[in-house]
Design a binder for this molecule. Structure first.
Ligand code: SME
Length: 162
C-alpha cells in the first residue's frame, strides 16, 4: 500500500530523472546517475545496479556495470541463474516480495528481503537490466515498478543513441 507521501516522493524523483536525462551526455553517465539518484532518494532501495549482457559472448552473461550499495559477489550472472537471469531471459519485470521463498534468488546481502529486476531493451532486444534490492519485505509496489521501468526505458533509449 503506497501513501500520499510515497506518491509525492516518486513524482519528485521522476522530475529529477527528467533533468538528469537532459543533462547526461552519454548512456554511462546517465546510468550511473540513475543508480545514484534512486539509491540516495528512495530510502527502501538499498542496492541499485545495472547488469548488461556481455556483447558477443555465448552462453550469454550479465555483467555488473554501474551500482550503488555494498559490493556484491554476483558480478557475472548467466541467464539460467538468479532472479536477474529470469528477468533477462523472459524480457519481463520480476518482482519478488520475499526473496527467502524464491529458490532462484542469488543473495547479494543477507539483509535483502525483496527485489525488483526490470529488463533494459535496446531496439526491442534485451540488452541488460536494472536490479534493485531492499532490506524491507515487499518494498516494490505498483508505483515503484512504474518508476523503475521508466528508469530502464531512459537507459535503453540512450543506449539506442536517441
Ligand atoms: N539477487 C540477484 C543477484 C544480484 S544481487 O542482488 C546484487 C539474483 O537473484 O539474480
Amino acid at each position: 500500500m503506497s501513501t500520499i507521501s510515497d506518491t509525492h516522493k516518486i513524482e519528485e524523483v521522476r522530475k529529477d530523472l527528467v533533468r538528469l536525462n537532459s543533462e547526461a551526455r552519454a548512456a554511462d553517465p546517465l546510468m550511473e546517475g540513475i543508480t545514484r539518484l534512486l539509491h540516495e532518494r528512495m530510502l527502501k532501495y538499498n542496492w541499485v545496479g545495472f547488469y548488461m549482457l556481455e556483447p558477443g559472448v555465448k552462453p550469454p552473461m550479465l555483467v555488473l556495470r554501474h551500482f550503488q550499495g555494498a559490493m556484491t559477489p554476483h558480478t557475472r550472472i548467466p541467464l539460467n541463474q538468479g532472479i536477474c537471469g529470469a528477468a533477462a531471459s523472459s524480457g519481463k519485470t520480476v518482482v519478488v516480495d520475499d526473496v527467502s521463498s524464491d529458490p532462484r534468488h542469488l543473495a547479494c546481502s543477507l539483509e535483502t528481503k525483496s527485489e525488483i529486476v526490470v529488463p533494459v531493451f535496446v531496439h526491442g532486444v534485451v540488452a541488460g537490466e536494472l536490479d534493485i534490492d531492499s532490506h524491507f519485505p515487499a518494498a516494490f509496489g505498483f508505483e515503484d515498478r512504474e518508476l523503475v521501468e521508466y528508469c530502464a526505458q531512459l537507459a535503453g533509449k540512450r543506449l539506442e543513441g536517441t
